[in-house]
Design a binder for this molecule. Structure first.
Ligand SMILES: Cc1ncc(COP(=O)(O)O)c(C=O)c1O
Length: 405
């Protein structure tokens, strides 16, 4: 029997998802129909946000969120260097210049002291950031309340990059908040790429509690056009519409939203399964021999991660530098692949990307990010995994550690 490949993530599509898509294809609306707002209402229900604007990708969501936050040519914005490049690119799409801050190597989340230093420096140069983009890496939640405090100091907006954290929650001074609910952010963005918690093949959304921002985002996703009679000037007839500013074609289709609606119904089960798989990994990693060699990525106290990713870190041996840790991470990556297990690295720090280095972003103190990056590895984590799949990964990790590499 051929052993199946075990990727780090993959979608979970059931017959009822297929049926929902087929029914949509057979109906009247492929795009610009009622399933888009139905999906948006379900996203509000799932997250607690008042408004959701569904778009063609998480990247499009970030771009529009930056525009609706007022980022324009010459403005600055800050995100952390451990993220997918899209979080930083969005600031550039809006004409702004991103700055990067460091992360806490134990959690991969924004290091608030580093963020504060960057914000203070930019403000001192007369270029206070228009936007701060904390990233909920791996399904954890960034320290949003503290980021919001910093943002308030300089009049910046907060966009929570919740691409990884749908279904996560956190304790906020005794109140349980959900990722994306807007308690400590002006907007949050989601991604529905197949490895995420729910998929629309490609897709994304912006969540907000601000009606004016939601209306602006809806206009921007469709060329900057409005058909709302109350917002039109003199009209030629009932067909009238106005392009009131330059927008984009970032619409999502009704077919995608039919899939998304069907998937969202399973979100509680998907998240519960991810947490159970994480608990199985945690248990194995907490005892010998794995505990001496590897440690799971930390989750801050009070956060209930929804485990988009399950990240382990290679523990440094006495006197080891980052290059040695990175070499052992590469050996582990290769050893797993030899057994049909396909781990991944999330992420190469943005400041190491040539296109960002060319924009002057390679400098700075990124010690936390460099330490995190040297040893991180994302193990298979997706709801259709069986307990036996986790055991297979644990066996492979144990064999690697026993080999002394
Ligand atoms: C943290 C983060 N932000 C934004 C995005 C962009 O989402 P999308 O791929 O849907 O454009 C991703 C995608 O992987 C992501 O991981």
């Amino acid at each position: 029997m051929v052993t199946p490949l075990l990727p780090y993530g993959r979608q979970d599509i059931d017959d009822d998802d297929v049926a929902a898509v087929v029914a949509q294809l057979r109906g009247d609306w492929l795009t610009q129909g009622p399933t888009v707002p139905a999906f948006e209402a379900a996203l509000c229900e799932a997250t607690g946000a008042s408004y959701a604007v569904a778009v063609s990708s998480g990247t499009a969501a970030l771009h529009l969120a930056c525009l609706a936050s007022g980022v324009r040519a010459g403005d600055t914005g800050v995100t952390s260097t451990i993220t997918f490049v899209a979080s930083a690119n969005a600031i550039r799409y809006a004409g702004g210049a991103p700055s990067l801050c460091d992360v806490d190597p134990e959690t991969g989340l924004v290091d608030v002291a580093s963020l504060e230093a960057v914000v203070t420096r930019l403000a001192g140069e007369g270029r206070a950031p228009k936007v701060l983009i904390p990233v909920d890496l791996s399904g954890s939640v960034a320290p949003l309340a503290r980021v919001q405090e910093l943002a308030d100091r300089v009049g910046a907006k907060v966009i929570e990059d919740a691409a990884h954290s749908l279904g996560a929650s956190y304790d906020d001074a005794g109140t349980t908040r959900r990722a994306g609910d807007g308690a400590h952010a002006d907007m949050a963005i989601l991604s529905f790429h197949p490895v995420k918690h729910v998929t629309t093949c490609e897709g994304g959304a912006i969540l907000t509690n601000d009606l004016a921002a939601a209306e602006e985002l809806r206009d921007l996703r469709s060329h900057g056009i409005t058909k709302d009679p109350s917002r039109l000037g003199p009209v030629d007839g009932p067909w009238s519409y106005e392009q009131q500013r330059l927008g984009f074609h970032y619409r999502i289709t009704d077919v995608q939203c039919a899939l998304g609606l069907s998937q969202l119904k399973k979100l509680p089960r998907f998240v519960a399964r991810r947490r159970a798989l994480a608990a199985r990994y945690d248990a194995a990693l907490s005892s010998s021999p794995l505990s001496a060699a590897l440690s799971p990525l930390g989750v801050p106290a009070g956060v209930a991660s929804s485990y988009h990713l399950y990240v382990v870190r290679v523990r440094p041996r006495d006197g080891e530098g980052l290059a040695e840790i990175a070499a052992r991470r590469l050996a582990l990556y290769s050893a797993l692949r030899e057994r049909g297990i396909l781990p991944q690295v999330h992420y190469i720090p943005v400041h190491r990307q040539p296109d960002f280095a060319n924009h002057g972003l390679s400098g700075g103190d990124f010690r936390g990010a460099d330490a995190y990056y040297a040893g991180c590895l994302s193990l298979p984590m997706f709801p259709a995994m069986r307990d036996g799949d986790v055991d297979r990964v644990i066996e492979a990790l144990t064999a690697f550690v026993a080999s002394g590499r």
